[in-house]
Structures are given as C-alpha cells and as structure tokens.
Design a protein around this ligand. Sequence first.
Ligand code: HEC
Ligand code: HEC
Length: 446
Amino acid sequence: MAYRRIRRIVASDIKLATTVTVIEAKNTRVLACAVMKPNDVRFALPTLLLGASLVGASLTALSCSDSSDDTGSNNNDLNNADASTSDSGDNNTNPVSIDPTRLLSFAPLPKVMWPAEGDSNNRLLFQKKVDLGKQLYFDTRLSKNNDISCNSCHLLDQYGVDGQPVSDGTNADKTATPPHGNRNAPTVYNAALHLWQFWDGRAEDVEAQALGPILNPVEMGMKDEQEVLAVINSIDGYVTEFAAAFPPEDLNATGKDPNENTTPVSYINIGKAIGAFERTLVTPSRWDAYLNGDKNALTAAELAGLAKFMEVGCDTCHNGVAMGGRGFDLLGETNAWPWPGHPNADGYEEIGRADVTNDDADKYVFKVPSLRNVEKTGPYFHDGSVTTLEEAVNKMAYYQLGKTLSSDDVASIVTFLKALTGDLDDATITKPTPLPGKDDGGGTTL
Ligand code: HEC
Ligand code: HEC
C-alpha cells in the first residue's frame, strides 16, 4: 500500500510542490523536494533517500526554497526557527516541542498562486484577468436557466463551499436525472495550489477546471461552447474586458494552443480569466505566521495538536502548502472503507481516480484534500457523508492509518486543524455589479 503512495507522489508530474515531502513507509522514508518557480520549473527535484538515518543529515543539503517568487514576507526559514515554544513566552505556559525537521513538509501560503506559464511577469495584465474572472465567477448568465454561478456552489463568503453533502445544480427541483452530482463541492480557496483539480484529479489546473462546470448538465448546464460565447458576446462590457485582458500579443504568448486562442472572447480564455481570479483566493492564517517564524502564533494547545497530527502520521498525506492536494490515496488505505455498496441506491458507482486512469489499481483512490479552512468546509469526504470534523479525524486515523484515537487525541488534532482557518478578504468576497446586458437583473448585484 505504501508503494502506491510513493509511486504516485514521486512518479507523478510534480509541478507545484513548494517544500519537502517526507513520506514514511515502515522503515523507509522518501524525501521529495520540489522547488516551485512557476514560470519555468514544472518538475524540479524529487530526491529519494532510503533509510531514515539519512533524512536528517540530508535536509540541509537540499535547498527547498520558498514558493513565492517575490512576496518577500514568506521567508520560510524553518531551519533557523526554533519551533519549540519553551523559550518564548508568556502566553504559552505548556511548552510543546515540535521537531523543525518535520515542519519542512509544510509551507506558508504565497500571496498569489501564480500560473505555471505567463502573467506573473505582467501584473497589470494579470489584474485585468483577475477582475474579469471575478465577474464571470459570479455571473449566473453562464448557466442554462440564469440561476447558477460558480458562487452558488463555492460561496466565497462561506469559505468557498455550499455546506451541502452534494450540490444542487441548475436542474435542482427539476425532473432531470440525476438531479444533482454525486460529489461534495470542495473549496475554491487555495485550490490553485493543488497539483490536480477535482476529487479524481481529472483537470490539470484551475484554468482547465473552470471550463467543466459551465457545460456540466448537473451544474450550470449550458449546451455547448458556442452558446456560452454567444452570451459573452451579447454583453458589451465583456467584449471590452476580454479585449483588454487578452491583447493580441498575449494570446500568442500565453495560449496553450494558439490555434484555439486567437480571439479575446474564446472558451479557453473564460477558463484563464476565472483561473486567474482563483489564483488570488488565498487565506493566510496563524499557521502561516507560525511557519514564517512567529513562534507565538499558535497556542500551546494548537501546538500539542500539531505534534499529535504528526505523531499519528496525518502529515504523510496532508502536507505541503495546502496540507493536501499533492497526491492520491486509497480511501481505506489500512482498513477497508465501509462503502454503502456499488452501485449505490441511485445506480451510481463511485470509483474515484479509476474514472480518469481506467486502471483498476486506482479504484476508490481520491485526491488527498487540502486541510486549510477545513473547520469551515464540511460536510466532509468526496461524498459529503461525514458532518463533523471530529468524526472525519477519527475515521481518517482508523481507515488510513489503522489507529484508534482517544477522544482527547481527536479533540487535540481538531484544535490544531482549526488554526488552519484563514482570513477571507472583504474586497474579494464582495459581489460585483453585473455588466449590463440581457438578464442582468437590472444592474443589481448578482
Ligand atoms: C452545481 C454546483 C457547482 C457549480 C455551479 C460549480 N461547481 Fe465547482 N465543484 C462542484 C463539485 C461537486 C466539485 C467536485 C466534483 C468532482 O470532484 O468530481 C467541484 C470542484 C471544483 C474545483 C476543484 C477543487 C478541488 O479541490 O479539486 C474547483 C476549483 C471548482 N469546482 C471551481 C468552480 C468554478 C470556477 C465554477 C464556475 C465556473 C464552479 N466550480 C461551478 C460543484 C460546483
Ligand atoms: C494515507 C493517506 C492519508 C492519511 C495518512 C490521512 N489522510 Fe486524511 N484524507 C486522505 C484522503 C485520500 C482523503 C479524501 C477521502 C475521500 O474523500 O474519499 C482525506 C480526507 C480527509 C479529511 C476530509 C477533508 C474534506 O475536505 O472533506 C480530513 C478532515 C482529513 N482527511 C484529516 C486527516 C487527519 C486528521 C489525518 C490523521 C489522523 C489524516 N487525514 C490522515 C488521505 C489521508
């Protein structure tokens, strides 16, 4: 089983990882260090070190730099940070010793999650895409019945989720079959950090992902790309904004496929604009302050929870900047997950990643989700079947790691997980006034 995890993370296209991944498998440790320089490095430096004793000694030799190219504030200097609270202070009376080496498998958030290609060198142009992407993100006119936008299922003022086990799409309350999708809507916050999008990883990045829901019959339900482009072209404000965000030189410079991307209003550019907006959806938290060297940013209780999180082994899968999003794993890695039956009562068979790879070995394998803001993003798991964070932690320990935790240990880990809750940006979550045009609701907010 451990083999699968190692194979997946090391052999896969590691293009975004920002720090060191330490994967423990019995007596073997795998250390993968990938440096993110978004514009040029897609796969950096996976280093395999066999033998636990080598790991500590080799950390200093590996230079795993900060993910953000110029934000300045993220010094991520954990080698120098004494992660113990024992010497520091007044608010932490109960010193908790945290192994700084272990902390290297995490990293603080950058200010913007820059795309792999283009744009980070042209901030003004990127900002135009962000503004346009925000308009599109909130625009219900991109749905069949003018009733659904991205924000209907990923509410930005509710940490990017809708709080439902599975979401209602544009067919809600209609007779269509199925009336809704089968998977829980993950948060859009910090999602650009994931190496793949969706629970089964079927989209490569947020730009590609954004194009799915618009045409998905159980989401926004538009007929085809032409129908979407006709809506955009019928709204003068969009035509102007697309032209500004995608000037001629930019089309050739950043288009993945220049043949598809020669006019400003194109389907691929809708994805690029929404994706640009999503790349600004970061939620810095006290956890980031801590990783940036502020030893007092977490309370003693939170540090005790962090120590427990690592002791139990949660960080073997939930690591990196997003505390997840960097690998896939079998749900029920150690103890078989109690599946309700395949297919389920709706006639649906959830096979996870195997849907994408057609490989039986990937059946019931899912992307390891991010744990940032997890306090706010329930219900949990790919099917939204678990309501409380306590139950989610309990189940993870048992099914993924074969450990039965005491309720104190669960509570302690939950205390730590709550410290991952970040700040929402008021300007970002404010709904824009729709660009005037057909069905704009008279210029009221969308
Ligand atoms: C009807 C509800 C609904 C709408 C509308 C919707 N989504 Fe989603 N979104 C989901 C669900 C459900 C998933 C998970 C589906 C899966 O994994 O198969 C998802 C997945 C995602 C993910 C992947 C996150 C991750 O961690 O893997 C992103 C990003 C995202 N949506 C962004 C958007 C954007 C942008 C729009 C608008 C263009 C949008 N969504 C519209 C329900 C919705
Ligand atoms: C072997 C890899 C692995 C380990 C170890 C692991 N997890 Fe997970 N975790 C996953 C995967 C995969 C999922 C998604 C499963 C699904 O939804 O089907 C997940 C989901 C979760 C979720 C739900 C998140 C959401 O948004 O729905 C929480 C919370 C969580 N894990 C916490 C933990 C904690 C706490 C530990 C340690 C006790 C832990 N995990 C250990 C792989 C792992």
